[in-house]
Design a protein around this ligand. Structure first.
Ligand code: ZN
Length: 200
């Protein structure tokens, strides 16, 4: 049992080092189409399993590959004021249903001598989101990831998203879920400032 698990893990890691196993995705997608009663040989569907799904999955799993991670070049900070970026778009895939969830992320961090270009934060969020994950885990990974990448005393992250697996399968109304995570040691004042900026 343990042995089988280890082998599976190794296999999937090998497949994601330089990209996905395209040939395997083609075969699997073809089988999925057959399994739901479609004909994978007919014109538009042939393109689906041969090209479109492998290409899409390649892009949407970039976050599993370290070499795709954006470089976070830093600059000397002029103050140690809290840096806040709100309304960062989030598009990810839930690992339970392999369906999208989407929404916005808000990020704050207190720099220790250096800051990162504000345009880098959306790129970092996009990279983190491009994998199968849960909203809770994504929120945590952004917080701890930025804490590792940047010199900070505190990172605060809030993500609000709608899950298509909920909206399309049952309730059919968009409900939103909010998740929060912190890394380092945010002060009460950091939390208050972050809240004010999100609500403004
Ligand atoms: Zn789901």
């Amino acid at each position: 049992m343990t042995g089988a698990h280890t082998q599976q893990d190794t296999e999937s890691n090998v497949a994601t080092e330089d990209g996905i196993d395209r040939e395997k995705v083609q075969r699997a997608t073809r089988m999925l189409l057959e399994a739901i009663g479609e004909n994978p040989g007919k014109a538009p569907l042939a393109e689906t399993w041969q090209r479109r799904v492998p290409e899409t999955l390649e892009t949407l799993t970039e976050g599993m590959r370290k070499q795709e991670k954006p470089t976070l070049r830093t600059f000397p900070a002029e103050t140690d004021e809290l840096v806040v970026k709100t309304g960062i778009p989030v598009y990810s895939l839930c690992e339970h249903h392999m369906l999208p969830y989407h929404g916005v992320a808000h990020i704050a961090y207190r720099p220790e001598g250096e800051v990162v270009g504000l345009s880098k934060l959306p790129r970092y969020v996009r990279w983190q989101a491009r994998r199968l994950t849960t909203q809770e885990k994504l929120t945590r990974d952004i917080a701890t990831g930025l804490d590792t990448e940047l010199e900070t005393t505190a990172v605060l992250v809030e993500v609000t998203a709608s899950h298509l697996c909920e909206a399309m399968r049952g309730v059919e109304t968009e409900t939103q879920t909010t998740t929060r995570a912190t890394a380092g040691e945010p002060t009460e004042d950091d939390r208050r400032q972050f809240r004010r900026q999100i609500d403004s």
